[in-house]
Design a protein around this ligand. Structure first.
Ligand SMILES: *Cc1c(COP(=O)(O)O)cnc(C)c1O
Length: 494
């Protein structure tokens, strides 16, 4: 019996009139945007579940801020309209990640989800040994306890605040070897997170490998404005460090965003996929600490990973001591599964194009309105330059904190200070360490807010901009000895 053709739609003959090559392509190629431009910052996802957010009234905003001692960090989440405090653990997990939670294997030792994480890390980053930790600073605590001795130094490119605090807690010292250009908020360079190799070599010569347990490269560089580090620079750092016998550690919270910048900005790198770049990048490191709350798009999680069995042997006992058994590290099996899936989603090129484009969109809108914005935009946040925005407020009166208070009062939008408050006090002199750059960070959570939300943020910043000359500085009324920015309280300066 003859088989009846079931699908006319897929019968090739019907298509003969419509010839992609001769009819469509010539028109398409004649002018207009490329695909890259077309899809630059559009969301490559649709919304399956919504979380209503309350718009706090002006009375509620005033009351909340007063109760918080004028520190927006201490305002309750339910009184925030758009929360740009951090991109850490605030991302929206995908349907696959949520499905992964249901696949949690809560075996105490040897959970299946651990092995999925281990294979994701090996596949994407090439590290053989993985020690899960509850978040990035858990990973730092484990690693630093194992490797840093009293009097050691840890050079790097503008250490993140928890990294620096952990180094100092182990009685070590963080030495910043970032290129000088990074201190200029407007110089438009592709890789402002790069290490100055001369500065680094000077530290190597002065302290030697006996006093340098490792060098840490933060990519992208969070405290340096979310600026990327080039592949060329990472390779050079690795080569130099090998020459001096010093380990190199990637602080890789945003390793995938860094890969996207490398692909887009570094000559010769565009031919590689993001996943290939992630591997090439990891090849420049002996080990890595990861806050998976960033580029692995989970609400909690982290790990230490390394290619060296000896390092794994040293850290695993501290992992057990601080975090839990080596196959769960302070996390539930389901969290490990979401992290394994999220690592793959984080290196998806369409996702990264949206992510970086979404952040850039906010930067461009603000810049067009004349707002002093750190340039070029970082991968995860837009930074406002308070030295230009509020030039009448000196660093000791925390202009960034004063700005955040006004922004919240006017709009319910929460930003975060990255300046003298965050910089803390010099452990020797006890004086405020005035920050090189006095910034406010508007940090964009992953896959959470729409472009329309960002338009609202622009409107809110403009409202503060119009009143900027009337804004007064702050003085501290309460301060804690470590990581003071989390809990400080303030009064207006008379
Ligand atoms: C967030 C972050 C950390 C610390 O990670 P947590 O998960 O917040 O503990 C370390 N380094 C960098 C660069 C980060 O952005």
């Amino acid at each position: 019996m003859r088989r009846i053709e079931r699908s006319v739609i897929f019968n090739k003959n019907i298509y003969q009139w419509w010839d992609i090559e001769t009819v469509y392509k010539p028109i398409h190629n004649s002018a207009g945007m490329t695909d890259d431009e077309m899809f630059a910052d559009v969301e490559p996802f649709r919304i399956k579940m919504v979380e209503p957010i309350k718009i706090p009234s002006s009375e509620e905003r005033e009351r909340s801020l007063k109760e918080a001692g004028l520190n927006v960090f201490l305002v309750k989440g339910e009184n925030i309209f758009i929360d740009l405090l951090t991109d850490s653990g605030t991302g929206a997990m995908s349907d696959r990640q949520w499905a992964g939670l249901m696949m949690g294997d809560e075996t105490y030792a040897g959970s299946r989800n651990f092995y999925n994480l281990e294979s994701a890390v090996a596949d994407i980053l090439g590290f053989e040994y993985v020690l899960p930790c509850h978040q990035g600073r858990g990973a730092e605590n484990v690693l630093h306890t194992a490797l840093i001795k009293d009097g050691d130094v840890v050079p790097g490119n503008t250490h993140f605040d928890t990294t620096k605090a952990h180094i100092e807690h182990k009685k070590g010292k963080a030495i910043d070897c970032t290129i000088d250009e990074a201190a200029d908020p407007y110089i438009d360079l592709p890789f402002k997170g790069n290490v100055d190799l001369n500065k680094l070599e000077a530290v190597y010569k002065e302290y030697g490998k006996e006093h340098i347990p490792f060098t840490v490269i933060t990519a992208t560089c969070n405290s340096g404005g979310g600026q990327p580090v080039s592949m060329e620079n990472m390779r050079a750092v690795y080569k130099l460090s090998q020459k001096y016998g010093i380990l190199v550690c990637l602080d890789g919270a945003r390793f995938a965003e860094n890969c996207y910048f490398i692909k887009k900005r570094e000559p010769g790198m565009e031919k590689y996929s993001i996943k290939e770049i992630a591997k090439l990048q990891a090849d420049c490191f002996d080990l890595m600490t990861m806050s998976a709350k960033k580029d692995a798009i989970v609400n909690i999680g982290g790990f230490v990973a390394t290619r060296h069995a000896e390092i794994y042997d040293k850290i695993k006992n501290f992992g057990i001591l601080f975090e839990g058994f080596v196959t769960y590290g302070g996390l539930a099996g389901r969290d490990l599964e979401a992290m394994a899936i999220g690592l793959y989603e984080g290196v998806d090129q369409d996702y990264l194009a949206y992510r970086i484009g979404h952040v850039r969109y906010l930067g461009e809108q603000l810049k067009e309105q004349g707002i002093p914005v750190l340039w070029p935009p970082g991968g995860h946040a837009i930074y406002l330059d308070m030295k230009k925005f509020l030039p009448h407020i000196p660093p000791e009166q925390f202009p960034g904190m004063a700005f955040c208070a006004y922004l919240y009062l006017e709009s319910g939008v929460r930003g975060v200070e990255i300046g003298t408050l965050l910089n803390g006090r010099d452990p020797e002199t006890g004086l405020n360490r005035p920050a090189k750059l006095e910034l406010v960070r508007l940090t964009i959570p992953r896959r959470v807010y729409t472009h329309r939300h960002l338009d609202f943020v622009v409107k809110a910043v403009m409202k503060v901009w119009e009143k900027k000359d009337q804004i007064k500085g702050f003085e501290l009324s309460y301060e804690s000895p470590v990581l003071r920015h989390f809990t400080a309280q303030f009064k207006w300066v008379e």
